[in-house]
Design a binder for this molecule. Sequence first.
Ligand SMILES: Cc1cc2nc3c(=O)[nH]c(=O)nc-3n(C[C@H](O)[C@H](O)[C@H](O)COP(=O)(O)OP(=O)(O)OC[C@H]3O[C@@H](n4cnc5c(N)ncnc54)[C@H](O)[C@@H]3O)c2cc1C
Ligand SMILES: NC(=O)c1ccc[n+]([C@@H]2O[C@H](COP(=O)([O-])OP(=O)(O)OC[C@H]3O[C@@H](n4cnc5c(N)ncnc54)[C@H](O)[C@@H]3O)[C@@H](O)[C@H]2O)c1
Length: 507
Amino acid sequence: MASRNINVHPTGYHPSLLAETTFDIIIIGGGPVGNFAEGRLAKAGLSVAVIQHELYGGECHFFGCIPSKALLRPVEALEAAKKVGGAREAVGSKTVVDHNAVFNRRDKIVDNWDDNNWISVSNGSSGAKLVRGFARIEGTRRVSVQPNGETQRYMLDARIAVVAATGSTPIVPEIAGIEELIPGKELWINRDAVAFDKVPESLIIVGAGPVGCEMATFYSAVGSKVTLITPHAEILATVEREATEIVRKSLEAHGVSVKLSTRAVKVKKVAANSLAVELSNGEQITGSVLMNAVGRRPRTHDFGLETVGLAGGGLPLKTDASLAVQTPGSTEPWLFAVGDVNGLGSTTHMGVYQARIASNTILSIAKKQDQAAKLDLPTGVSVTKSKHLDSTFPRVIFTEPNIAAVGHTLASAQTAGLKAKAVDSNFSIPGTWLYGDEQPGWARWVVEEGTEKLLGATFCCIEGSEFANASQVAIMQGMALTDMVHVVPPFPTRGEVWTYLLNAAGY
Ligand SMILES: Cc1cc2nc3c(=O)[nH]c(=O)nc-3n(C[C@H](O)[C@H](O)[C@H](O)COP(=O)(O)OP(=O)(O)OC[C@H]3O[C@@H](n4cnc5c(N)ncnc54)[C@H](O)[C@@H]3O)c2cc1C
Ligand SMILES: NC(=O)c1ccc[n+]([C@@H]2O[C@H](COP(=O)([O-])OP(=O)(O)OC[C@H]3O[C@@H](n4cnc5c(N)ncnc54)[C@H](O)[C@@H]3O)[C@@H](O)[C@H]2O)c1
């Protein structure tokens, strides 16, 4: 990340300063998922150490969700205002947001990449001990910490459990010549894209998943000439096609050149600030920066997993429904894996859900070990099993318009062997006319034939990030359309699309 100073306060949390080296719980990774587990376990009365070698708050807080949404929200607000007569005249002829103001606001939101503030907010209220350094597993319930820039490893022991919350790292695509590019300048990963403070003249994004599409949305909205490349027949390949078509057309209307069904195979510097990229279909394109957005893999390499008979090397840590990892030779679970490191729906919200379940399991183990007297067990500690994650996994993609989805798409339901049908509606409803003019929008419920149970939902509309929440509850409760008829959204809101979906299904 060439353009920013990162302040990780290496000295304040050195392992040599620890008064004790045995804790009830050791959490490895201080991202949002480790932060959640730390709070739930330490507040209940367990002694907890959390080991973090980079910024406390993790990828999400400093290089993922938070800065990317800080960049995207002003774009969304401008797009929404442009759709409402009265507000439209007030914002005038502006087609792009003021990028300097957006960057300044983003910098404040991420505390200028200094984690002091987040340490005092999150770690300060949890009561856990923060230790700065790189952690490795060194056997059952044993962990070493290597401070940044040092070779010595300090040993810590856990009485009850070790929680792996180490997140993920970007995959590097196979593109000939990519190793010649200067990281942070000519070659971006997410860290560069969300932390940059200038608008590149042109940006070539490889990969059209959530990261690629969200960054294409932002950089095109501030005037960069963006090319988005995907090997799939449509962007956002795992989302309902009708929704992704709306988003692609919106990107194209904002000047993004979308290259479908092709790959970047070769990159070459042709001049200062100029790269030439060859695509697998023979096309040549140029741009000043190449952004790698082809996905992430669990951070399990160089993690000592072989010392407990497990494979690392970027493979996910496999868990049971309690988020416990089975380790050869252990009868009582002691290793837990939560968040991106287990590969089960790599988003902050799913990681935090898993951390709640894992923490409850750990607290239940602590209670069994006669520690109940010292524990202040939270209500709900008995919930120690996660539900089948694929069936209810909610996701939001913060493009223009947003896509909010939960559970199955029609295609994924059919692939899973379910007899499913689609019920669709557009957003031509009174709530939308009031919300703004000429808004794109589309919604789908995926319903099981015969039982009429809801299996999945997708909503694509402006400022639509919260739309899938009610459908998630319906799926979780096993609700059928016959029950959903009695759920009444208020008039005149865009939430009434629920009623129009019921109409379309014949209810
Ligand atoms: C650009 C971008 C935008 C995103 N937007 C969203 C969004 O809007 N909503 C959403 O839900 N998700 C989003 N995500 C995904 C989200 O960031 C991740 O799912 C989330 O950060 C996972 O949290 P985590 O705690 O598991 O891992 P991380 O946030 O990666 O934190 C793990 C931390 O552990 C540390 N660590 C790793 N190994 C060790 C070790 N051995 N010793 C010590 N420390 C270690 C790392 O330094 C890291 O900071 C986005 C991701 C990206 C890249
Ligand atoms: N709003 C959100 O919740 C949000 C936003 C951003 C990221 N995330 C999460 O962060 C993680 C990373 O996101 P992402 O978009 O980087 O990964 P992704 O895996 O979701 O998408 C990457 C895409 O790149 C494609 N791809 C693979 N190799 C390629 C190549 N050589 N050339 C071109 N395309 C290639 C993949 O098939 C895939 O479609 C995901 O788990 C995502 O859910 C979430």
